[in-house]
Design a protein around this ligand. Structure first.
Ligand SMILES: *Cc1c(COP(=O)(O)O)cnc(C)c1O
Length: 397
């Protein structure tokens, strides 16, 4: 054991603790759901992305069991070397129909899809133009590319600022490709990207549009098909990323677009080329999840009725939900220490809702991030609301 390495690690961890940035995962003792057992305690869980309750849906579970009988548990190889089973192919065909695009390529995660697709479509003659609140997986994907992208060089626009985007587009005409990348729904604020304006500007300036729909998959658009569907921009968004790990309840990420995009990523998407494909059970469970999304409107209806109830109840009680428009509902606190204290007090009340503080969001913009879902009952949400009110009253704010 290299002792100086271990003391370096411990010093870094000590720094995180001193800055209140140290994370300890809580342990779920039950399946994902609206009300769960976590660290041995029963709580209403407001910090899950299981938007449609599909992570433990009986039909999805059954499809997974059947797939194990049919296919075993592993793909055995990287996809292009022999790890693509019929069930993987069927999932991609189903997703392409669902998205109304020519083709879809599945990666093992949404993070992996960004880390694979973004560098693959960029060269050193290109520039990436980003919203300042883009997700970490977009930022890492961009960093893996040889393109220009830096904020300090003027290629990052203030959150949803379309005038700033336009002026960057005016100033970058010498690049071979300009790729505008944005979250479809922003993961910490729950607001929606102004995609119609982004697409208009891209068409005007001949730029490529890349949308990360992780938090819109299963949430916005027809049957949850995402922001392109929500804004009826079919055929006008070049690259759409979706996740299969959040609303679809299992695991994975995909890129939807033209057939040539899929072809190119099969040949140049490094996580696809060098990492083993999903276990077949994952693909089969996802096909079952997609069946439910396409044929049963109930989970999405319940997600949205719970979302409307939760947002208006919070607003009526005087909480600031920061203009969020989707199930992601931040409850504004401001001070970091107070947000962390509030999280602990909510936990004591039987509500699990994580505080989000700097550097995930700006300094002094701490919040409790809540996500109602189809897995919550009215009683769960009413219980959580009372807890929020009691904690606020105790804190005297
Ligand atoms: C969660 C998330 C991802 C990563 O998706 P996984 O499937 O969990 O790896 C990518 N982008 C955004 C915006 C996300 O919120």
């Amino acid at each position: 054991m290299n002792t100086s390495f271990e003391s370096w690690l411990n010093a870094q961890i000590g720094d995180l603790k001193a800055q209140n940035l140290y994370k300890v995962p809580k342990i779920l003792n039950s399946p994902a759901g609206g009300r769960v057992t976590m660290n041995g305690k029963e709580v209403v869980n407001l910090s899950s992305n299981n938007y449609l309750g599909l992570a433990n849906h009986p039909k999805v579970r059954q499809a997974a069991l059947d797939a194990i009988e049919r296919w075993g548990v592993g793909a055995g190889a990287v996809r292009w070397i022999g790890g693509t089973m019929e069930v993987h192919q069927e999932l991609e065909e189903r997703l392409a129909k669902f998205k109304k695009t020519e083709a879809v390529l599945v990666f093992t995660g949404g993070f992996t899809a960004n880390a694979g697709a973004i560098p693959a479509i960029l060269t050193d003659r290109d520039v990436v133009i980003s919203d300042e609140l883009n997700h970490a997986s977009i930022i890492d994907g961009v960093r893996l590319s040889p393109a220009k992208y830096k904020k300090s060089e003027g290629y990052v626009y203030p959150h949803k600022d379309m005038e700033a985007l336009e002026s960057i587009l005016k100033n970058t005409q010498s690049f071979e490709k300009r790729v505008i990348i944005t979250d479809g729904v922003f993961s910490m604020d729950g607001d929606i990207a102004p995609l119609p304006t982004i697409v208009d500007l891209a068409e005007q300036f001949n730029a490529v549009v890349y949308v990360d729909d992780a938090h819109s998959s299963g949430v916005l658009g027809k049957n949850g098909a995402g922001t392109t569907s929500h804004f009826d921009l079919y055929g006008r968004v070049d690259v759409q990323l979706g996740t299969l790990s959040k609303a679809l309840g299992v695991m994975g990420g995909y890129i939807a677009g033209c057939a040539a995009l899929k072809d190119w990523l099969i040949n140049r998407g490094r996580p696809y080329l060098f990492s083993t494909g999903h276990p077949p059970v994952v693909a089969a469970a996802l096909i079952a999840a997609l069946d439910i999304m396409e044929n049963d409107p109930e989970p999405m209806n319940r997600l949205w009725s719970n979302t409307r109830w939760w947002k208006s109840a919070l607003a009526e009680a005087g909480f600031d939900t920061m203009g969020s428009e989707t199930p992601i509902t931040p409850v504004y606190v401001g001070d970091e220490g107070k947000a962390q204290l509030m999280e602990r007090m909510l936990w004591d009340e039987g509500v699990y809702a994580l505080s989000i503080v700097f550097p995930t969001v700006g300094r002094g913009k701490a919040r409790i991030r809540t996500m109602p879902s189809a897995a919550h009952t009215e009683e769960d949400l009413a219980f959580a609301l009372e807890a929020f009110k009691r904690v606020r009253d105790k804190l005297g704010a």
